[in-house]
Design a protein around this ligand. Sequence first.
Ligand code: AMP
Length: 375
Amino acid sequence: MTFTELQLCEQVQSNVRAAGYTQPTPIQEQAIPVVLAGRDIFGCAQTGTGKTAAFGLPILHRLHNEGPFRGGPRVLILAPTRELAVQIDESFRSYAKGLKVRSVVLLGGVSIRPQIDQIRRGVDIVIATPGRLLDVVEHRALNLSHVHTFVLDEADRMLDMGFLPSIRQVVKLIPAQRQTLFFSATLPREIRDLANSLLKDPVHVAVAPENTTTEMVDQRLYYVERDRKRALLAHLLEEDMDGSVLVFTRTKRGADRVTKDLMKVGLKVASIHGDKSQMARQKALQDFKSGRTRVLVATDIAARGIDIAQLPYVVNFDVPEAAETYVHRIGRTGRAGRSGIAVTLATPEDRNSLRDIEKLIRMRIPTVRDHPFEG
Ligand code: AMP
């Protein structure tokens, strides 16, 4: 597929060519026609997949076609961090060259006045972190009542950083009648719930991360009854695994329970999840990275940003509900050209989820038979 086939306006196409893009990435192929058609998107994609252009190009195309508007921003983009907001703005500026479309970035940590002055001069697109956006609104410097397109980027990281109440507040300030584009790298339950509350009949688009794992990671599946999982995990940690292990659980309570049980058998374990303070999480992460604790138990959201070059083992204590989450989890091992092992503990009820995972990764996960905790 080409950018011409995507029917973007001539100026946007020429900007994309100038940026050196010869053809759309998979997320762009999937998302651009959907955005142009005015539909909501529930997208599972990481940064690095070309996600910004996937929502940016059709947004710019639409603003260009609508022509100038003086009533305030028509597009609102929320990002969890300053770095991401700045990166989105830079991309937008390069995609918008020659168009009469103005964007402003609202970030905390710098003076608010110049940002307010910029808004007063007229703006079509606001790119913001949630806290500063609400500050600016409180200053009565921003009217969000004409926003027709709302983008939530890296939604899972937003939740992890405690932005859920701010997101809810922002949503109250924009029209209910709007297009919403929702992106997250992982799809745990909290993210699905949030997406359900914000999106109307969304089109799902998903791309697996680049390192689709299958080659570099040795995957193993253990069938085990639910109440024997913790015993099996302790057994594997003591008998089969050598070195650091990252264990994923579906829930915060699950993470606490697994951590407690492993401590009881004398293993050095820590956990990180959304109910822990930032300090506690930092400490747990540092101890894990330095090798002081051997096992880190984490929920999907909390595990974002963990990048340990030579993580030898990942354990899926629970089979994730979304297949993409599996790919994301096991991508934590086998990094940087090293091989890794990903162990999944599954109950017979997980068969459907496993079928989805195997479809996504286009292979069967080898099952380990005759283990001491079987059936
Ligand atoms: P993103 O996921 O939006 O952060 O994009 C990741 C990187 O891919 C950025 O450096 C973009 O400039 C680049 N990129 C985005 N779309 C394309 C494309 N169609 N062809 C080549 N590079 C691209």
